[in-house]
Write a protein that binds this ligand. Structure first.
Ligand code: SF4
Length: 350
């Protein structure tokens, strides 16, 4: 019954959202249950309509610098969890400076400084603040920080040195599932760190995983959980089993595809940044994600980079097609183009 109702309305849904329509739980359920290609195309169409209304054909480009793959945590889904015996790296300040120099004028709207919860930085968080300051001075671009649940004092210091965006993914708002994913980490501390950052003037990014045991009810819980934080950027990523981790053999036949959730995110969060990540399927995967309503390309690596992404479909491959020039070329073939830096400032509210 609900399912049918939503189907009939799919053609006009984009327009309704632009006019301020809010999705009820039943409506969300109907959208997340859509299955046929025809229904899904209509859903993506509605999401694109909303995205184009607010952002036109302009796309933002986020540069990913994963500067330390050390981590003290043991998230069950993550390749970099501390129990996994893998090669890790921690770039020196000088190496990061070199990367920044290679990035000058490349056309990025924001630089994402990401690390695991690396004890080297957690024991002396001013090291992290210095890094933020150095990158800001080198590039004079908006900076996103993704350092994990870092303390409030450090968040404030980093903000004062030029950090604009704080990314911290809850992964799920289903507390049972959270316990299985973010093993031995506090649910509330994570929520509170994000909330604090928002109150203190950061833009914030939240994110969820799909394909990791989340059903429709659990997904709705997560979508609504993200909404309570008033985020500026919301992401969904498909869980990709990682070698050497507790979930390495987990396989799920879920119909809660990343594309479907991206489209629902666009309808729930019309004005937010929504990533098309290169992490799972590279530039070929960017296209359907943008066509489902995304508007910022993330996990673009610095030129000639051997740095890590997050899930890394291309780990170990010699050719990594994840550079900004290839991204822009593909965007243009889709009739889209990179936004102006000034347009990103509007997003940041500065
Ligand atoms: S998801 Fe982040 S905090 Fe968790 S193990 Fe991986 S790097 Fe560490």
């Amino acid at each position: 019954m609900i399912h049918k109702m939503a189907l009939d309305e799919l053609d006009s849904l984009g327009k309704k959202i632009i006019e301020g329509f809010q999705l009820s739980d039943d409506y969300l359920k109907a959208l997340l249950s859509l299955e046929s290609e025809e229904e899904l195309e209509k859903l993506y169409n509605a999401a694109r309509k909303v995205r184009d209304h607010y952002f036109g054909n302009r796309v933002f480009l986020n540069c990913f610098i994963y500067f330390s793959t050390h981590c003290k945590n043991q998230c069950s889904f993550c390749y970099y969890n501390c129990k996994n015996e893998i090669n890790r790296y921690r770039l020196t300040q000088e190496e990061i400076k070199e990367i920044c120099r290679a990035l000058k004028g490349a056309g990025f709207h924001m630089i994402d400084l990401t690390m695991g919860e690396d004890p080297y930085y957690y024991e002396n968080p001013d090291r992290f603040v210095e890094l933020v300051q150095m990158v800001k001075e080198e590039l004079v671009l908006p900076i996103m920080i993704s350092p994990g649940v870092i303390d409030n004092t450090t968040l404030l210091k980093a903000r004062d040195k030029g950090a604009n965006f704080f990314a911290l993914y809850q992964e799920t708002y289903d507390v049972e599932l959270y316990r299985k994913l973010r093993v031995e980490q506090s649910f509330d501390n994570r929520v509170n760190a994000r909330r604090f950052a928002k109150e203190q003037g950061y833009c914030i990014e939240d994110g969820i995983l799909t394909g990791v045991g989340n059903d429709i009810e659990s997904t709705i819980l997560s979508l609504k959980g993200m909404k309570t934080n008033d985020p500026d950027m919301v992401r969904v990523m498909t869980f990709l089993p990682q070698e050497g981790t507790p979930l390495s053999n987990f396989r799920e036949k879920s119909n809660l595809s990343e594309l479907k959730i991206i489209a629902v995110l666009r309808l729930m969060f019309p004005k937010c940044l929504i990533p098309a990540s290169l992490d799972l399927e590279g530039i070929d995967g960017m296209v359907p994600r943008l066509n489902a309503g995304a508007n910022i390309v993330t996990s673009i690596l610095p030129p000639n980079s051997l740095l890590e992404g997050v899930a890394n479909y291309d780990r170990g491959l010699e050719e990594r097609d994840r550079d900004i020039k290839s991204v822009i070329k593909r965007l243009e073939s889709m009739g889209m183009r990179p936004a102006q830096q000034a347009e990103f400032k509007v997003v940041l509210g500065s």
